[in-house]
Design a protein around this ligand. Sequence first.
Ligand code: AMP
Ligand code: ZN
Length: 430
Amino acid sequence: MFWDHAIETLDRASLRQLQLKRLQATVRRVARKVSFYREQFSQARLRPSHIGALADVRRLPFTTSADLRANYPTGLLAVGLEDTLRLHTSSGTTGKPKALFFSRQDVANAAELCARCLVMTGVTRRDVFQNMMTYGLFTGALVTHYGAEKVGCLVIPAGPGNSERQLLLMQDFRTTVFHITPSYALYFADFLEKRGINARRELALRKAFVGAEPHTEETRGKIEQALGIEVYNSYGLSEMNGPGVAFECEHKQGMHVWEDNFLVEIIDPQTGEPLPDGEMGELVMTTLRREAMPLLRYRTRDITSVNPEPCACGRTHRRLNRITGRSDDMLIVRGVNIYPQQIERVLMGTPGIGRNYVIQLEGLDEMIIKVELAEAGFDGQVEHLVRLQTKIAERLRAEILVKPQVELVPPATLPVSEGKAKRVIDNRKL
Ligand code: AMP
Ligand code: ZN
């Protein structure tokens, strides 16, 4: 099934021609409207007219998440604020969020791409779509919400968590498809099992769209098995609209990336040099249709490769293989992605805790967090220590979905490093 058969199956030559036309238009626009890019172009002595072929994309500067932060909140806008319609943010890892603006056309287009994705997996207007992603500033829920409405599904904006209520909604409204993170999907499958619910017999679930975090083929299999459904990998990032950037078709052999909207490159994350199709590297994307906030050669930090082989579904847009990880400081522990900063936030928000800590990973994915007590934090009572330890472990579990072992150590006993602290010691044998 196709949402837009003509564009989804456009022959490669015409698709590339369309990409070039849109790339040139984007470069011309940012040169005119975005002083950040204008300056970068002038430093590189680059003029929009130099972009004569798709390969010339390499002459353009990279844009990084640091650039987005440095230009927060409105520095990268290519339209006036009166022409923006929606704001999303992405928290990223540190400091200021990234602000992402959508114009009216961007909002419509993001929904359009999501509609393509959903229909590609067989979703129709008769489906009931339970959206178990986080609503709010995140793109995750809202962007798919509008995509599913566009298809004509009944959309249930459930948001994540509260599994009892999720189940009730699924039972009462006969939910057929849902959108969820892999970690919550695994948790939810467990929850159903504990409640003695046989999803195959008692619920109407057919498909799930799983994304927002790296996950493995094994995780997909587990979710499919537990719930008796088909699970499709869904990839997106806020900088490129959010969900709907790349999605699996019915064949589930990699995710078609909508190349009429995004120009995709794979580079060596160390050298920045382009890599050929099939080789693993960092995904770099250029927006070809974004109006409010076009981005050139955005470094996603996501590690993947491009599969250029034709797909049995007939779509001509190439496929991205499953994202295997990130080239930044994100940790993946028991299939869950964790930024050390999340742990820090919890530790640092707990009274009685000092300033220094290390995250130690051992054996087969054991996480041990050693953390110093505050100077004034310990009254000598062991049960107080145990209580504090338990509290930290619980809070961490709620934040990172993995329950680590917490070891409290006396103040000023952990090594202090000069400059950038080394917070993570990875001794795992995986
Ligand atoms: P955000 O922009 O905050 O929604 O986060 C986007 C990031 O989530 C991406 O850059 C990826 O690192 C990760 N991500 C999203 N979808 C997937 C997926 N299907 N597989 C792996 N990682 C994903
Ligand atoms: Zn396909």
